[in-house]
Design a protein around this ligand. Structure first.
Ligand code: TYD
Length: 141
């Protein structure tokens, strides 16, 4: 399995069409993101103090946008960690496969819009951090 690093993940600015009557942002699959997306979902009505994510994907690429409100995304590859604060709907965070992610610090009314390269498949998840570390070759001896 290819070793992935947090440094491969990055913020991506999206097109923003502004007018006196408001702003418009769009995403074309394969053009604005480094993958073709096959699934879109959103997370909403998030109670204060909640933590989402806490998993890594084996093959699926992701892109997260704070479509409303704000939240933090912390990425970890077993070596290094980076936290991104998302609070605008005209940019988002690209997460390559093989990276552990946790979402927290959700504001009131926060909505996370997510794009995924694959259809939902529970087999594509690592949900246990120790199993994840073992799978990427960093397990305890
Ligand atoms: P999960 O990916 O763990 O959500 P989060 O990362 O936001 O904490 O998914 C939560 C539940 O929803 C889990 O039972 C799987 C299910 N689910 C689907 O059925 N389809 C989907 O596209 C997603 C993302 C989750």
């Amino acid at each position: 399995m290819k070793v992935r690093r947090v440094e491969e993940c990055r913020l991506i600015d999206l097109p923003k069409i502004s007018s006196e009557s408001g702003n418009l942002t769009f995403i074309e699959s394969g053009r604005h993101l480094p993958f073709e997306y096959r699934r879109v979902y959103h997370i909403y009505d998030i109670p204060g103090g909640a933590i989402r994510g806490a998993h890594a994907h084996k093959e699926c690429h992701s892109f997260l946008i704070a479509i409303s409100g704000s939240f933090d995304v912390t990425l970890n590859d077993g070596h290094s960690t980076a936290t991104f604060h998302l609070n605008r709907s005209y940019y988002g965070l690209y997460i390559c496969p093989g990276i552990w992610r946790s979402l927290d610090n959700f504001s009131s009314g926060a909505v996370c819009l997510a794009f995924a390269s694959d259809l939902y498949d529970e087999q594509d998840y690592w949900r246990d951090y120790d199993q994840y570390l073992t799978a990427i070759g960093l397990g305890k001896a």
